[in-house]
Design a binder for this molecule. Structure first.
Ligand code: PGA
Length: 236
């Protein structure tokens, strides 16, 4: 079971970030991975050595004239073991294409990171093939031997809590889509999109869902801990 906390560009201060980490409880049977803003990472990783950390984004080149970017080596040195790639906000706001995402995924896996690759359709009712094709393109450069460290987060954009007019997906809907995706790319799958203490059990009870990527609720210390407890009680 894997529970990821995608903090996005939150919280506003480093002291709040430390406070959130202080709240993360032990997690036998559940891999809890926090994705803080990269500028907080090194100090958090040093202060909380028992917590797994990741970066929300990375660049595939190892150094050079790429203003604003961060290499995998830098992420590793700062304390990251996981890389989140292809989140819909990176795709929507920063123009990331499947091709760029595939380079990030392949490079991170080749360097020994575990990767969470996010895919999902923009609008409810979009054809499944949109997600399938995006997933295939985003994983096209991945070496077969690296697949074991790849997890796909299925995140329908219309179900993400900050999307305009967002609507919760049902666990059955998520299960059906993930089941289809798994036949195309056989890796582990987690679900993301307004996961909260009220709905997490329903998602985690689905046969093909092995965890959750949590945004908004991961910024609420108590709720996030309760989500981890539910995951622990249902561990697969
Ligand atoms: P949400 O975000 O849980 O706030 O919907 C999930 C995500 O964007 O990864």
């Amino acid at each position: 079971m894997l529970i990821g906390a995608n903090w996005k560009m939150n919280p506003r201060t480093f002291s709040e970030a430390k406070e959130l980490c202080r709240g993360v409880s032990g997690s036998e049977g559940v891999d809890v991975v926090l994705f803080p803003p990269a500028v907080y990472l090194r100090q958090l990783a040093e202060a909380f050595p028992h917590i797994l950390f990741g970066v929300q984004n990375v660049y595939w080149e190892s150094e050079g004239a790429f203003t604003g970017e961060m290499s995998l080596g830098m992420a590793r040195e700062a304390g990251a073991h996981y890389v989140l790639a292809g989140h819909s906000e990176r795709r929507q706001h920063f123009g990331e294409t499947d091709e760029m995402v595939s380079k990030k995924v392949a490079a991170a896996l080749a360097k020994g990171f575990s990767v969470i690759l996010a895919v999902g359709e923009a609008t409810k009712g979009d054809d499944k093939s949109i997600v399938i094709e995006s997933l295939k393109r985003s994983t096209q450069n991945v070496a077969e031997t690296d697949m074991t460290r790849l997890t796909v987060a299925y995140e329908p954009i219309w179900a993400i809590s900050t999307s305009e007019n967002h609507e919760d997906a049902t666990p059955e809907y998520a299960q059906e889509m993930i089941h289809t995706l798994k036949q195309e790319v056989a890796v582990g799958y987690i679900y993301g999109g307004s996961v909260s203490i009220d709905n997490v059990a329903g998602f985690l009870q689905q046969p093909d869902i092995e965890g959750a990527l949590v945004g908004g609720a991961s910024l609420k210390k108590d709720e996030f801990n309760e989500i981890i407890s539910v995951a622990r009680s249902l561990k697969k």
